[in-house]
Design a protein around this ligand. Structure first.
Ligand code: DX5
Ligand code: ZN
Length: 234
């Protein structure tokens, strides 16, 4: 199955998201990444449930909601009810992660856990079986357009080994500083879901960049079909 490039709406036009969403649909996107920041867990504020509901009404694409907030134990469930198809909470801010992921699975929102750059993958040993995906932050969360942290692919490999050692089919997502130049390396390291914001939406031709990235991801996966057995469950 194919890896998926997830355009991040954080770098789209917040004054008028619809044309950017349509452009990504037409380019062949199969999921959209939606960043929620609360000005407390991260030093920036973006959008929340009302905007999620509005976006949900205008697209059939699954929405991959990334909660960079301090209180996911309280707030993740309302986001699931508002239409988050995939829902990622941060390990660093969730207090009762087992309870929260169990609940999100019950609600049918495919849950994931995000790890900040300083958090080792080993903290997920007891939690992976509850995850649809794990998001490796390859920048410190809070802003688009930051520089990729070079050790992130090594971390992806460690996560891939941990997932395999447990015989699970958890998808690996990477977020931050990804563009056409490092998409192939991301997929080679084991990434299934490639988030890209500024590389796509700040380009003169976002559609073309999306296609380049998706093609490069597909080519790498096709060249090593045994590398990942399961595909992205959308
Ligand atoms: C950053 C967000 C990312 C952001 C990535 O905290 O979680 O999803 O959109 O932006 P780029 O792709 O520009 O690094
Ligand atoms: Zn994100």
């Amino acid at each position: 199955m194919r890896p998926v490039v997830a355009p991040s709406l954080l770098s789209a036009n917040f004054a008028n998201l619809l044309p950017d969403i349509r452009e990504m649909e037409e380019a062949g996107a199969r999921v959209l990444h939606f960043d929620v920041m609360d000005g407390h867990f991260v030093p920036n504020i973006t959008v929340g449930i009302p905007v999620l509901k509005s976006v949900k009404k205008v697209t059939r694409l699954p929405l991959d909601v990334h909660l960079m907030i301090s209180n996911p134990d309280q707030m993740a469930e309302p986001f699931a009810e508002a239409g988050a198809d995939w829902l990622t909470v941060h390990y660093e801010s969730a207090v009762h992660l087992n309870r929260l992921l169990t609940r999100l699975n019950e609600l049918g929102a495919k849950p994931g856990v995000a790890l900040n750059p300083h958090t080792p993958v080993s903290v997920l040993e007891e939690t992976l079986f509850l995850c649809h995906h794990v998001l490796i932050m390859s920048v410190n969360p809070g802003f688009g357009g930051q520089k990729f942290i070079s050790t992130s692919f090594e971390k992806v490999r460690k996560l891939r080994d941990l997932i395999r050692s447990q015989g699970l089919q958890v998808q690996i997502e990477i977020d931050g500083g990804i563009g056409p130049d490092n998409t192939a390396a991301a997929v080679e390291s084991g990434v299934d879901i490639i988030v890209a914001g500024s590389a796509i939406f700040h380009a003169p031709n976002p559609r073309e960049i999306f296609r380049q990235m998706q093609q490069s991801a597909d080519e790498i996966r096709a060249a090593s079909p045994g590398a990942r057995v399961p595909g992205v469950r959308t």
